[in-house]
Design a protein around this ligand. Structure first.
Ligand code: NAD
Length: 487
């Protein structure tokens, strides 16, 4: 049994979901899930090995090659996905607690975000019902051409630990909607949500082998990516692993979509209203203790208004309520794991050593000896070449960077290898939009921040390739076939 925070109980995972059955693991290897609050083991569960992966891929291959799913009329697949959405909706409270318990994300936030999982399944159900999968065109000579959009095949879905279910839902909902069959490998630190998803898919009555779940670590993931029966890998995680996956997939030209790291900038244009910008900045500069890929971690501020900005921003950061993520009043919980805290502390040390000015935070909070807590931290006088301005910290650390004019702001905003997200603040929306167009990122928000799974999300440059969400998210699970019919 897994005791979720506040006494909720979930069945501890003991089997894998392969070919529509709950099957015994092939090995006796196990993984531990550690509480970020108590640092104690929450539960252990079986680790998938290469034999388990081979079974899952064989099931997905057979479900694709000879099963009904890819050939089914879109309306039938849509009905099945709507059943999944409705079953997920019944378990939102459990999903929110699983996230809070394993990752330390505040319950106030996880409760708000978990409906996105059901939304993704119902959104893709609706989309495939109105998407023409066959386009009939006349050729110049009077013959016909049919341009078909067909499922890409058997897909691997590999997800990270920070937002365990929604990053899987993006892949599974779009892939299944397209008619693909899937093998899911969630992060070893956060298996629970993937199990809830498997149970909902089973209860919704999808054909055998269409969805398979084998949790595991690097070895299982690597085997999955190398498997010649995998036609596409959909990956969310670090840029380093993303590059490795792309190299491996290039050997057989398997399709790849990559959602990777970020170092996103919020640009306060010279006329920005800082007080108005503050509420959205407070939500998006360090959500889940900064462990979100699209966090706004570089705050670009006119040099002449820097002190004015710090006078508004720093007191608000100092007031963030740090504490037990199970407490509905908590705004920031601990980091998710010990290695995350080590990483963040190393970056804070690098910021100090590099000459940035620490204006608040930077240490473990007093009175919290247990749990991977770090104070929300702000550095000022950061310059673009500093390590803390270049690399993804994945913690509650933001850098305030001064600029002289808009061209300088643009140069600095674009001065990293990443390009995931961004925000522009100005009293003049047209001016902000013109600036946003020059930023090299896959997503941007003007005077706020909205993340909506019904719209495409993804990165420029080293933040990734391809898009998840929206119709673009469906396209990445489709191939195009052109059939000429002689007239
Ligand atoms: P990670 O890259 O270490 O692991 C991600 C997943 O890949 C895990 O399931 C892991 O087991 C698996 N994996 C690791 N090595 C592998 C290999 N060689 N072959 C196949 N699979 C392998 O990332 P993480 O620490 O779990 O997550 C944090 C990172 O994810 C951050 O960089 C963050 O920015 C990124 N992220 C990106 C997005 C996005 O949408 N762009 C969203 C959330 C997180």
């Amino acid at each position: 049994m897994v005791k979720l925070t506040q006494g909720r109980i979930l069945q501890a995972p003991e089997r894998f979901f392969i070919n529509g059955d709950w099957v015994e693991p092939a090995s006796d290897r196990r993984l531990d899930v550690i509480s970020p609050v108590s640092e104690a083991r929450l539960f252990s569960y079986p680790e998938g090995c290469v034999t388990d992966m081979d079974r899952a891929v064989a099931a997905a291959r057979s479900a694709f090659d000879v099963g009904p799913w890819p050939q089914m009329p879109a309306a039938h697949r849509a009905a099945a996905l709507r059943r999944v959405a409705s079953l997920i909706s019944e378990r939102l409270e459990e999903i929110a607690w699983a996230w809070t318990t394993q990752v330390g994300a505040p319950i106030s936030l996880t409760r708000k975000l978990v409906p996105q999982n059901a939304t993704l399944f119902s959104y893709y159900a609706d989309l495939i019902e109105r998407t023409p999968f066959t386009d009939h065109r006349r050729r110049d000579d009077g013959g016909e051409v049919r341009v078909l959009r067909e499922p890409v095949g058997v897909c691997a879905a590999i997800s990270p630990w920070n937002a365990p279910m929604v990053l899987l839902s993006y892949k599974i909902a779009a892939g299944l909607a397209a008619g693909c069959t899937m093998v899911a490998k969630p992060s070893p630190e956060t298996p629970l949500e993937a199990y809830i998803m498997a149970e909902c898919i089973e209860a919704a009555g999808l054909p055998r082998g269409v969805f398979n779940l084998v949790p595991g670590g690097r070895e299982a993931g690597d085997h999955l990516v190398r498997h010649r029966d995998i036609d596409k890998v959909a990956f969310t995680g670090s840029t380093a692993v993303g590059k490795h996956i792309m190299r491996v997939c290039s050997e057989r030209l398997a399709r790849v979509s990559l959602e990777l790291g970020g170092k996103s900038a919020a640009v306060m244009l010279p006329d920005a209203d800082f007080a108005k910008a503050l509420p959205s900045l407070m939500v998006y500069c360090m959500p889940i203790a900064g462990q979100v890929c699209f966090s706004l971690t570089r705050l670009l501020v006119p040099q002449t208004r820097k002190q004015e900005f710090l006078d508004i921003f720093v007191p608000a950061v100092r007031q963030i309520k740090l504490g037990d993520p199970a407490d509905p009043a908590t705004q920031m919980g601990p980091l998710a794991m010990a290695r995350q805290r080590d990483r963040v502390e190393a970056y804070i040390a690098a910021g100090r050593a590099g000459g940035a000015q620490l204006v608040c935070g930077g240490a473990r909070p007093k009175g919290r000896e247990t749990g991977y807590f770090i104070e929300p931290t702000v550095f000022a006088n950061v310059t673009p070449e500093m390590v803390i301005a270049q690399e993804e910290i994945f913690g509650p650390v933001v850098s305030v960077i001064g600029y002289s004019d808009e061209d300088d702001a643009l140069r600095k905003a674009n001065a990293t290898d990443y390009g995931l997200n961004g925000a522009v603040y100005s009293r003049d929306t047209d001016r902000a939009f013109a600036f946003a167009r020059r930023m090299r990122t896959g997503g941007l928000t003007i005077n706020g921040l909205i993340v909506d799974p019904k719209h495409p999300f993804g990165g420029y440059r080293q933040s990734g390739m391809g898009r998840e969400g929206g119709p673009e998210g469906l396209d990445s699970y489709l191939e195009v076939k052109t059939v000429h019919i002689a007239g």
